[in-house]
Design a protein around this ligand. Structure first.
Ligand SMILES: Nc1ncnc2c1ncn2[C@@H]1O[C@H](COP(=O)(O)OP(=O)(O)O)[C@@H](O)[C@H]1O
Ligand SMILES: [Mg+2]
Length: 360
């Protein structure tokens, strides 16, 4: 019997489109001898539809699927029900949630899958939430002495009440240029670089549109280095790759619009830097409670060679040109093999969790 894998994609975040491309690639790469894919589309408004034809994943639109609306029962069993009349559509053996950003990558979807008691690929509730919140992530990294740039936090309420005080608070700990980021975000949305107080004020206002908490970081001149990690308690790590951005920094345009940013795999780095980055990637992965898979992103400072942990993506892009699958391919692990392993890690975690007693 083939295992039924719910491929959950789309979603309510700004990264909806990227998810469609990632899911299209995943659907065509799964080993069809072992798995039957059940594509489940989450519209921008948050409704679920499926199973939709695999060849329509990349172009899925809510209007097409009125009759296919489904609900995942939030109780053990992994049962997918028709929203129309409540009849059972199928039981899912596992889910691959490739829903980037808010409501997908932040522990919310993972919580639903826990309630439904279905194994799912990638980090659990805690790991997902921690990787999504850049401020919480930085505090945990500090506890583990993982090198990172200097940072400070500003709340939206501070920005609204007294912008000058907010600017002074930043200037008292950081030098220009600084990077301003919503604590929860992705794809560089709401992120800006500021070279003076005026730019900082504008950037704080923009970031505060996306989140109550705003992270401000010391700007550094860097090379951007990424590694792929997979596994549960004993993760394995790929060779690093490098992103050479087409813009001043790796913003939304450089990521998805220009098509001019170049990936170099493996990155051309001194051997000792590679080893250090790989060690730090595994330490970080475990410290942040990642499971299954994640892409760990670093900065290597021009001139000094200092290594800084930038961020961890618990549901990295999975398109056929995305760094995560590409770095494994370079290591001789095809995307098909990778997906089979990610389902196995999901099942292993699910089995392990059953050992936890919930009795008093
Ligand atoms: N402290 C920093 N110094 C220099 N460049 C930065 C800094 N922080 C972010 N950047 C640039 O902005 C990009 C997006 O920031 P990042 O924190 O990775 O956000 P996202 O989660 O949206 O990818 C990075 O890839 C890098 O190009
Ligand atoms: Mg990033």
């Amino acid at each position: 019997m083939k295992k039924k894998i719910g491929l959950l994609f789309g979603g309510r975040s700004g990264e909806h489109e990227v998810s469609l491309v990632s899911a299209g690639n995943i659907a065509k790469s799964f080993d069809t001898e072992l798995f039957e894919i059940v594509p489940l589309f989450i519209s921008r408004s948050g409704n679920w539809y499926g199973p939709i034809p695999a060849e329509e994943i990349a172009t899925a639109k809510e209007e097409q699927y009125a009759d296919l609306q489904v609900i995942l029962a939030a109780q053990p069993g992994g049962i997918l029900l028709s929203a129309k009349d409540g009849h059972e559509i199928c039981r899912l053996d596992a889910v691959f949630p490739i829903v980037h950003g808010t409501y997908g990558e932040d522990g919310v979807t993972q919580g639903l899958l826990e309630l439904a008691d279905i194994p799912y690929a990638g980090a659990g509730v805690t790991g997902s939430a921690v990787c999504m919140d850049k401020v919480v992530m930085r505090k945990i990294l500090a506890y583990h002495n993982i090198p990172q740039v200097q940072f400070t936090t500003v709340l939206r309420s501070q920005i609204e009440q007294d912008m000058n005080a907010a600017i002074q608070a930043v200037e008292s700990v950081l030098d220009y240029p600084v990077f301003i980021k919503p604590a929860n975000g992705g794809s560089s949305v709401g992120i800006n670089k500021a070279k003076d107080a005026n730019e900082l004020a504008e950037a704080l206002r923009i970031a505060a549109k996306y989140d109550r908490k705003v992270l401000v970081e010391q700007g550094v001149t860097v090379r951007e280095i990424e590694v792929s990690v997979m596994g549960n308690e004993q993760p394995m790590v790929s060779q690093p790759g490098e992103i050479c951005s087409s813009n001043e920094f790796y913003d939304y345009k450089a990521k998805y619009v220009d098509n001019k940013s170049v990936a170099v795999i493996p990155a051309n780095l001194p051997p000792e830097t590679i080893v250090r980055i790989q060690e730090l990637a595994v330490e970080t992965y475990l410290a942040l409670e990642c499971e299954g898979f994640a892409r760990v992103d670093f900065f290597v400072e021009e001139g000094t060679g200092n290594i800084y942990l930038n961020e961890v993506n618990s549901l990295p892009g999975f398109t056929d040109i995305s760094m995560y699958p590409k770095m494994w391919e370079q290591a001789g692990i095809s995307t098909t093999e990778l997906l089979t392993r990610l389902i196995a890690y999901a099942e292993a975690r699910h089995e392990d969790r059953k050992k936890n007693s919930i009795d008093c």
